[in-house]
Unconditional design. Structure first.
Length: 260
């Protein structure tokens, strides 16, 4: 009696054309590959990645804080000392920079003050040398020599009296009077620094009027001496005398500044 196929299979091998049984692992792999990712799944994955990164950073930060909490007292003291030392170094550097700034500011102020003093000194020397114009309170002395009897030495005496009384700038008939000014000539024909001047002789003088006028009017002084020669003398005070006759700046031939 011939045997059926079922009987054969129960006792032996499965025919080649029989379907194979699928295992659970194979079903899992078949479900995962190929990947079928939807847009929603991709967004969820990115959000989970960001959340994980944030948690990692937070854990690291907490680990640093926990490291200080768990440090020994000696380590904490050392760390505190290092912070104090760094703070002190920064404070020292700040004070040094502040000192440098103050020094620079003072140097700038000193340089500006020195410049101002130099300009003022130059102006004063220019007034004395007759190279710059000047104005200020003073007097005007006018000498009328009708008879031509006034001699050069009389006018020189008047100039010396004015200088002794504090005259700072003097002009005589348009000639600036300086340290080396001289009077020459004869009575009625007076010269100043070689240039002839004629009566009336007008002295414009800058200085303190309260000192200049009395110096000319003392008994036996300049005014009385000139009046004995039949000259008339008029002295007038003024709040502002202008002395604008100038001398050319002279360059010495041999003398040089000691700084050169």
């Amino acid at each position: 009696m011939p045997m059926s196929n079922d009987a054969f299979n129960d006792g032996g091998e499965r025919p080649a054309d029989a379907p194979q049984e699928v295992t659970g692992r194979q079903r899992l792999i078949a479900g995962l590959w190929p990947l079928r990712v939807t847009r929603a799944q991709l967004i969820v994955a990115l959000l989970l990645f960001g959340l994980g990164l944030g948690l990692a950073i937070q854990v690291r930060s907490n680990s640093d804080s926990n490291a200080l909490r768990g440090a020994r007292q000696e380590d904490l003291v050392r760390i505190l000392d290092e912070v104090d030392d760094r703070t002190q170094r920064l404070e020292d550097e700040k004070q040094r920079l502040d000192a440098q700034r103050t020094e620079l500011e003072n140097s700038s102020d000193q340089a500006e003050e020195a410049r101002k003093q130099t300009v003022e000194k130059e102006r004063q020397l220019g007034v004395l040398a007759g190279t710059v114009a000047a104005h200020g309170p003073g007097i005007t002395m006018t000498v009328n020599d009708v008879g031509g009897a006034v001699r050069p030495d009389m006018l020189l005496d008047a100039l010396q009296e004015l200088r002794a009384a504090g005259a700072e700038a003097v002009e005589v008939n348009g000639v600036r009077v300086v340290a080396h000014t001289y009077f020459s000539g004869d009575a009625g024909s007076v010269k100043v620094d070689g240039g002839k001047i004629t009566s009336p002789y007008v002295f414009k003088v800058i200085g303190k009027p309260q000192d200049l006028e009395p110096a000319l009017n003392i008994p036996g002084g300049v005014v009385q001496t000139l009046e004995k020669e039949q000259a008339t003398v008029h002295v007038a005070r003024a709040d502002d005398i202008v002395v604008d006759a100038l001398r050319p700046a002279e360059t010495p031939d041999y003398a040089r500044s000691s700084g050169q």
